[in-house]
Design a binder for this molecule. Structure first.
Ligand code: NAD
Ligand code: IPM
Ligand code: MN
Length: 356
């Protein structure tokens, strides 16, 4: 039996099909002992034979793979976005990957749109609940197309779901360091409990209870609107932020803006002990797809995150160091001030690693 880790690779749509090959190239350059299997799930497959996820697809991923590396889903030819919903939200929900971990790290001051902000000032992580909330698809439309139409989109918050994501955030804080080696110290819960009182009440009560298990960790609370303002005014105080599914979605695009844009942001969809899924935060970016201009760094940093999760810490660190060097030397795409294409930026990172 080989002890190679088995990885399912699903590039998906748009720039997913350009950035994932660069992430794979870098995984190869770093010599990670992986067996990769490629899947064609995405808009092309859906348009060809109406398959979004083949029968038993999620069971197969959970059974046969150690991790999943994903690009992005979304294609203007599928206006319903049904394939993205079934594949991407399907993996998160049906594989119960309840913690969406989205690190926010500024690699170079030049990438941050804020004045006077240095890399050490932006090093936080958003832990986004990933299996509930308004993404649960509970609700419906009544009297569609009439003047009396009603659309209901329910916000589902379970005690178990809220408790496990809050505990995940505290455990993450207790066990992870910042990039400068200093310990993480504080968990901030972000909600809208002043207006959404039923769900907010559950989050508030559970936060207090779980926090009591971690007396060494400081706690803080912010309403999501105030947090957005603070994030662009002064992001220095953030450490670990935990929040629900929708607020997590929104604040991680905002946070990506602090680190150089969506082309830099990585994420992991995790459930300890299960097959986990890793994807850049960005989408399929149809207007720039197929032009060799998308940044591959979000996908490459996502691949590093996957290696870290699989215990290949040394290789993960080598990849992060190579991306950092590429950013510093402007060996990158135009969105972060370079002049390279997607392929060339991936190639530069891969050859930097190979030369070490
Ligand atoms: P998007 O993330 O695709 O793009 C937002 C903006 O960021 C665009 O200006 C785009 O050009 C830029 N951008 C994104 N990635 C970049 C990269 N790697 N390098 C340089 N610039 C980059 O979001 P959108 O435009 O709102 O959505 C497009 C499609 O992607 C939609 O169908 C949406 O549903 C889907 N989407 C999918 C995922 C996913 O699969 N995880 C995530 C977000 C959006
Ligand atoms: C993300 C995306 C998805 C989300 C979309 C494509 C459903 O924006 O991964 O951040 O909202 O979770
Ligand atoms: Mn998003």
């Amino acid at each position: 039996m080989s002890d190679k880790k088995k990885i399912a690779v699903i590039p998906g749509d748009g720039i997913g099909k350009e950035v994932i090959p660069q992430a794979v190239r870098v995984l190869e350059a770093v010599g990670a002992d992986l067996a990769l299997t490629h899947f064609d799930w995405g808009a092309d497959r859906y348009l060809a034979d109406e398959t979004t996820v083949p029968a038993d697809g999620f069971a197969m991923l959970a059974r046969d793979f150690d991790a999943i590396l994903v690009g992005a889903f979304g294609d203007p030819r599928v206006p319903s976005n049904i394939h993205a919903k079934e594949i991407l939200l399907g993996m998160r929900f049906k594989m119960d990957l309840y913690a969406n971990v989205r690190p926010v790290r500024l690699m170079d001051a030049a990438l941050c749109p804020l004045k006077g902000i240095e890399p050490k000032d932006v090093d936080f992580v958003v832990i986004r609940e990933n299996t509930e909330g308004v993404y649960s698809d509970a609700g419906g439309v009544f009297k569609q197309g009439t003047a009396d139409e009603i659309a209901i989109q329910e916000d589902i918050n379970t005690r178990k779901g809220v408790e496990r994501i809050l505990r995940y955030a505290f455990e993450y804080c207790a066990t992870h360091k910042k990039f400068d080696g200093s310990p993480r110290r504080r968990v901030l819960m972000c909600d809208k409990s002043n207006a959404m009182t039923h769900a907010g009440g559950l989050w508030q009560r559970t936060f207090k209870e779980v926090a009591a298990e971690f007396p060494q960790i400081e706690t803080q609370h912010m309403y999501v609107d105030a947090l957005c303002m603070q994030m662009v005014r002064d992001p220095r105080g953030f450490d670990v932020i935990v929040t629900n599914n929708m607020f997590g979605d929104i604040i991680t695009d905002l946070a990506a803006g602090l680190q150089g844009g969506l082309g830099m942001a990585a994420s992991g969809n995790l459930h300890p002990g299960k097959t986990c899924m890793f994807e850049p935060v960005h989408g399929s970016a149809p207007p720039i797809a197929g032009k060799n201009i998308a940044s591959p760094f979000g996908a490459i940093l996502t691949a590093a995150m996957m290696l870290g999760h699989l215990g290949m810490t040394e290789q993960a660190e080598k990849i992060e160091a190579a991306v950092l060097e590429a950013v510093r030397q402007k060996k990158c795409t135009t969105d972060i001030g370079g002049s390279l294409g997607t392929k060339e930026a991936g190639e530069w990172v891969a050859s930097f690693i190979a030369c070490r």
